[in-house]
Write a protein that binds this ligand. Structure first.
Ligand SMILES: [Fe+2]
Length: 335
């Protein structure tokens, strides 16, 4: 019925209908706080957050995302001060699967994948046994065009998916594999990922993260992380889709890209980054394409302004990135 109804709409009505659907999802998810914090530099804004912490936490529980707009934050140091006023245990991004630059303190750039490709929705670092509860973003410089950070609620997402896929993910979880170079090969090196060149220290980190690992003959490091695809929200108990299988599987970039990688590496298991079902079975490019589309349908979008700070409940609100042109700079803190 829904499909027939949509076909009867005139094109402009269809666009209006999609926009109002997006607006409805956005207002349910995202609370914009502007007048209260407008013109505040890091010191005043941190004090405001300290005084209003309970209010902000309540919004995170009810809606999941807060956008602070109109601040005078202009540096990663100021951003870190703000984050720590609510999230004193800001953490390092050691062993994470995305290319980032460490800016100082515990602040990083957002993922530095090619500006031309979209990054699908994902809750951050859910391949670790203890993912961050909170993720903070700060817009240091807007893109010339594009570069939005779509967000989406992953609570109850599994309920709308094909049960054939969900049951398998629920039972097996996800196996995330990174093949890291020793500095000369493709992709990220293990020195970059672990911010360290000491193999003993890296092994201690890997063990603390519950990772399997192998030092390879060509000087590289293979890392395997198993994690649940679906887990209850720590505060509400509602099931949340935490799988990053889409992001870790190159089929989300289209069949041409996936086929090229297969030719280059000879098999999925050798890709720099790849996801399998938890038992090691391949997920299949068609199912990744299906999941990519279903996740994209949950995206709600806002346009960044300089000084914006976005705070998400990472235990259920996923984020992504739209392609962009320009010198976009979004910084990240996790706690
Ligand atoms: Fe991310």
């Amino acid at each position: 019925m829904g499909r027939i109804g949509t076909q009867r709409l005139a094109p402009q009505s269809r666009i209006a209908s999609r926009q109002s659907g997006n607006d409805r999802m956005k207002s349910a998810l995202l609370k914009v706080i502007d007048t209260d914090v407008s013109g505040m530099a890091a010191g005043d804004f941190s004090s405001w957050l300290g005084d209003n912490k309970r209010h902000v936490e309540k919004i995170l529980l009810e809606q999941g995302a807060v956008l602070f707009r109109g601040t005078e934050i202009r540096s990663h140091e100021g951003f870190e001060q703000v984050c720590r006023s609510m999230s004193p245990d800001l953490r390092r991004y050691v062993g994470g699967g995305s290319p980032r630059s460490h800016l100082g303190g515990n602040i990083y750039t957002s993922t530095e994948y090619s500006a031309r490709v979209p990054i699908p929705l994902h809750c951050e670092a859910t391949y670790f046994p203890n993912p961050p509860d909170r993720i903070w973003f700060y817009c240091h410089r807007t893109a010339e065009s594009g570069g939005e950070t779509p967000i989406g609620n992953m609570a109850r997402f599994a309920e709308v998916l094909d049960t054939r896929i969900v049951d398998r993910f629920r039972e097996e979880g996800v196996l995330y594999v990174m093949n890291l170079s020793g500095g000369d090969g493709f992709g990220k090196s293990w020195m970059q990922v672990y911010e360290c060149a000491d193999q003993n220290k890296i092994e201690a980190t890997l063990i603390s993260q519950g990772a399997g690992f192998t030092w390879t003959d060509d000087g590289g490091l293979r890392v395997e992380l198993r994690a649940p695809a679906i887990a209850p929200h720590p505060e509400t108990g509602v099931e949340v889709w935490l799988s990053q299988a889409v992001n870790w599987h190159p089929a989300h970039l289209g069949p041409g890209h996936y086929e090229r990688l297969l030719k280059l590496y000879g098999g999925e298991s050798q890709f720099p980054k790849i996801a399998f079902y938890g038992d090691g079975a391949p997920i299949g490019a068609d199912d990744i394409t299906y999941l990519t589309g279903m996740q994209a349908a949950r995206e709600v979008v806002f346009t960044w302004r300089q000084g914006d700070i976005l705070l998400l409940d990472n235990s259920r609100i996923a984020h992504g990135r739209r392609p962009f042109i320009g010198d976009r700079a979004i910084y990240v803190g996790m706690a």
